[in-house]
Design a protein around this ligand. Structure first.
Ligand SMILES: Nc1ncnc2c1ncn2[C@@H]1O[C@H](COP(=O)(O)OP(=O)(O)OP(=O)(O)O)[C@@H](O)[C@H]1O
Length: 262
């Protein structure tokens, strides 16, 4: 059996506090593919990421999400992580009292299930190797999760978690925000090192610059809570050069946010 993930989002509708934010979003990610989602502020990109991971604030009002044919929407947050979904967040939270290393080891063991836990020595060897790849100081493994980390360090730490967990589908929400140029390159290299037929990526970004380093197979534009245009990497270049107005004009969209329909 192929080990390639197959992630399908169909006609997804999501609301928060009675406000409809996603309004029929379709997306399909297969193993080996990198999909980028771009779009103006307030069009529902982070909502998509949170809803896919099962954030309780977001209510799915219609549509389906499957990973390898399994119904993701029926799964708890833990079950989604176990199935191989991973979200690197725009604003990772701090967890005082829990060391970074322990957090990652617990997450890996939870994914592997009882009786299949990763041996401690093997875990630490892998952690040291991945931290080196991301140019992270070894002291970060024993520091409390994200506590006192700078914005860029938090983002790097998210990629470390991803590298250790080896998810089937990784959703990276604005991992480029707040990164200096060198850190951006290191983070992108960290992502590229994970690219394989056994993983798929969904990268949410505002900037074409990130996509120079992580070259996407598909670029999607989101407006009014759905994908309104898809293309190859050249679409990101076109947006960078021309902004979004031409696309809004072409599609007859007056307000691109989720609030106002044309
Ligand atoms: N917890 C919440 N409570 C109320 N409204 C929310 C909440 N989360 C999102 N929204 C609203 O949903 C809309 C979409 O927000 P979202 O963060 O998904 O957009 P985005 O495309 O990721 O924006 P940005 O590019 O600015 O990060 C916005 O109007 C936002 O105010």
């Amino acid at each position: 059996m192929s080990n390639q993930p197959h992630f399908q989002v169909r006609n997804l509708h999501v609301s928060i506090d009675e406000k409809q934010i996603l309004k029929g979003l379709d997306l399909e990610i297969k193993g080996g593919e990198v999909h980028a989602i771009m779009g103006p502020n307030g069009t529902g990109k982070s909502t998509l990421a949170s809803a896919l991971m099962g954030h309780p604030k977001y209510t799915i009002t219609d549509g389906s999400v499957t990973l390898d044919g399994q119904d993701v929407l029926e799964m708890s947050v833990t079950e989604r992580a176990r199935a191989g979904l991973f979200l690197a967040m725009q604003y990772p939270s701090e967890v005082p009292g829990v060391s970074n290393a322990n957090f990652i080891r617990t997450a890996i063991n939870s994914r592997l299930g009882e009786g299949n836990e990763v041996p401690v020595l093997q875990f630490h060897r892998q952690l040291v190797k991945e931290m080196k790849n991301l140019s992270m100081d070894p002291s970060f493994s024993e520091r409390y999760l994200n506590e006192g980390f700078s914005g860029g360090e938090k983002k790097r730490n998210e990629i470390l978690q991803m590298a250790m967990l080896k998810p089937r589908i990784s959703i990276l929400d604005e991992i480029d925000s707040g990164l200096d140029i060198d850190a951006l390159k290191i983070v992108a290299q960290g992502v590229n090192a994970q690219r394989s037929a056994e993983t798929g990526f969904l990268i949410i970004t505002h900037y074409q610059r990130l996509l120079d380093y992580i070259v996407p197979d598909f670029v999607h534009v989101m407006m009014q809570g759905k994908i309104v245009r898809s293309g190859g990497k050249e679409l990101a270049l076109e947006l960078e050069a021309k902004g979004y107005d031409w696309l809004k004009a072409e599609l007859g969209i007056v307000d691109e946010t989720v609030g106002v329909e044309a």
